[in-house]
Design a protein. Structure first.
Length: 74
């Protein structure tokens, strides 16, 4: 499955879930795996699916993910 990751105010990424390596031996990629692939930490962002936050340890089930940065700049 292909996933579009829209980092609000920044870039949009297209990822192929079959190509992602998973962490912790999970059989399916999680939202944390998606964040790692686009060089973001779960500590600095919120992941939204259909406008609702999802836990980063949940397996990816949506073809479109929105990422909001919580911290930016200094």
């Amino acid at each position: 499955m292909r996933v579009t990751v829209d980092v609000k105010g920044e870039a949009t990424h297209e990822l192929d879930l079959e190509q992602l390596s998973t962490s912790g031996g999970e059989p399916r990629p999680t939202y944390a795996d998606v964040l790692r692939e686009v060089d973001l930490s779960p500590h600095e962002v919120s992941v939204l699916v259909d406008g609702r936050p999802v836990p980063e340890d949940q397996p990816v089930e949506s073809e479109h993910v929105t990422v909001l940065r919580l911290i930016k700049g200094g």
